[in-house]
Design a protein around this ligand. Sequence first.
Ligand SMILES: [Zn+2]
Ligand SMILES: [Zn+2]
Length: 121
Amino acid sequence: MNESIDCPKCKIEMKPQLVEGIEVDRCPGCQGIWFDMLEHEDLKKMPGSESLDNAVSGKDSSDVVKDCPRCHTRLSPTHDAEQPHIVYDKCSSCYGVFFDAGEFADLKELTLKERLKAWVG
Ligand SMILES: [Zn+2]
Ligand SMILES: [Zn+2]
């Protein structure tokens, strides 16, 4: 069982949410989503998982210093390899990832488009 964790942004307790059998943590304040190591890699391949992230993208928080809610390592802003316009906060120690509201849906959407492109082309 995972312990409950606090949002790296708002410092309030995140609520575990089960999506397609994968437990993620969702902040009830900023709607940010915390994924433990590589959870988001599995999740973004699953149909319907973008409904998890139904929040409108808030203001960019990349200038806010955040610490990993699991191991308290400073999170480093990381550009997604496939979609460099998306920046998420990644823990270099436990490989957890924090997405601001809207970022995960963005990531997922383009992944689908790219997959379609691969099928067609
Ligand atoms: Zn929050
Ligand atoms: Zn960590």
